[in-house]
Design a protein around this ligand. Structure first.
Ligand SMILES: Cc1cc2nc3c(=O)[nH]c(=O)nc-3n(C[C@H](O)[C@H](O)[C@H](O)COP(=O)(O)OP(=O)(O)OC[C@H]3O[C@@H](n4cnc5c(N)ncnc54)[C@H](O)[C@@H]3O)c2cc1C
Length: 346
């Protein structure tokens, strides 16, 4: 059997290695040039949602749900994802997306946002939620999958550049660094940041990930703190990971409005990480050259899709095809006109 070297032990590489081992691959090496989950995975918000705007993305998330549910708390808390609309147009968008999501089997429903204790709702016209969605611990999940992979015989090597290891197939799962291993990959780093504020007294244990449809501002509970995120007014196309303090203050002000009991909560920590963006914000999955397979370009939502991607990649590498249709994610799509933009990049 051929030797498969998986480059990168973030959420994606860990899931691929784990699923390869589950399917009985014997000679798999998982190489991480730094430490497990030290890339974007260790910096992520940890949201898991099936509420995307395109079928291609909904399917990846839907097929990932089972593993998260199996992992359960404390690695995954199924507290739901709730979108709030404050305008008619926003509410119409939510309704339109819910229709698509429901047609793909996702149990999205219109809800009364007043059910969330402490949330300001007097300016909210309507809300949609999916209670199967939730929040996870990206680094913890990744370490758990690496542990399971190693238990099943995968050779895990930290502080090792994958390019130094002999292989028959090299799987490039290096996030924003992926083009270093295969130059032709159309992946660009985008700097994004998060902030934790707290402690905040009396946070509901089941606080859903809450998202304002119009602004994209969103927050989740993290212990007795809240973790805040938002798309940025001007994209920072750089591989430099740095925090912009004015964006931190903007998020705190938005939180004070949406969740008044958190007003003035001190900053616990703010940090930045890199999204690995593709031109259409969909990932690249498949062979890109002789013996080189890519699983990258997850454009800010790769953690939540990593279970499905890991399984599909393992099936394709070992059995020649995967149960999940990978055709929307092939690199060849960038040669033609066809794009299928995912508008919900949060
Ligand atoms: C601020 C922020 C918030 C986010 N929030 C969410 C969220 O809520 N939900 C969600 O699903 N996603 C989220 N994401 C995106 C998510 O983090 C990524 O899509 C996902 O973690 C990608 O995992 P990965 O394994 O592909 O990449 P990474 O986690 O970046 O891992 C790649 C690894 O490859 C290693 N590497 C690089 N070169 C080599 C080499 N030559 N040899 C060996 N190893 C190498 C790196 O050291 C790194 O550890 C967020 C990202 C950021 C930055």
């Amino acid at each position: 059997m051929a030797r498969i070297v998986v480059a990168g032990a973030g959420a994606v590489g860990a899931s691929i290695a784990y699923h390869l081992a589950l399917l009985g691959a014997r000679d798999v090496v998982l190489c991480e040039r730094a430490e497990i989950a030290s890339g974007a995975t260790g910096k992520a918000m940890g949201g898991f949602r099936q509420q995307f705007s395109t079928e291609a993305e909904v399917r990846l998330a839907r097929a990932s749900l089972e593993l998260y549910v199996e992992l359960g708390p404390p690695l995954f808390d199924q507290v739901g994802y709730m979108f709030l609309a404050t305008t008619r147009a926003g509410l119409e968008r939510l309704a339109g997306r819910a229709e698509l999501q429901q047609s793909l089997g996702v149990p999205v429903e219109e809800v009364d946002p007043r059910r969330v204790r402490g949330l300001r709702t007097d300016d909210v016209l309507g809300a949609y939620a999916c209670w199967e969605d939730g929040v996870a611990e990206p680094a913890g999940v990744t370490r758990e999958l690496v542990r399971r992979a190693a238990e099943r015989g995968v050779d895990v090597r930290e502080h090792t550049d994958a390019r130094d290891i002999e292989h028959d197939v090299l799987v490039v799962a290096c996030g924003a660094a992926s083009p270093e291993l295969w130059r032709e990959l159309p992946v660009r780093p985008l700097c994004r940041q998060l902030v934790d504020v707290g402690p905040i007294a009396d946070l509901p244990a089941d606080l859903p990930m809450t998202i304002e449809e119009e602004t994209g501002f969103h927050f989740r509970r993290y212990g007795d703190a809240l973790r805040l995120a938002m798309p940025e007014p001007a994209p920072r196309w750089t591989e430099r990971e740095y925090v912009d303090d004015s964006l931190v203050e903007d998020k705190r002000a938005r939180l004070a409005h949406r969740y008044p009991q958190a007003a003035g909560a001190p900053i616990v920590r703010a940090w930045a990480g890199l999204y690995d963006m593709t031109p259409d914000a969909h990932p690249i999955v498949g062979f890109v050259g002789e013996g080189v397979y890519a699983a990258c370009g997850f454009s800010g939502h790769g953690f939540m899709q990593s279970p499905a991607v890991g399984r599909a990649v393992a099936e394709e590498l070992l059995q020649g095809e995967s149960e999940l249709d990978l055709s929307p994610y092939r690199i060849e799509r960038f040669k033609g006109e066809a794009v299928f933009p995912e508008t919900l990049v949060l």
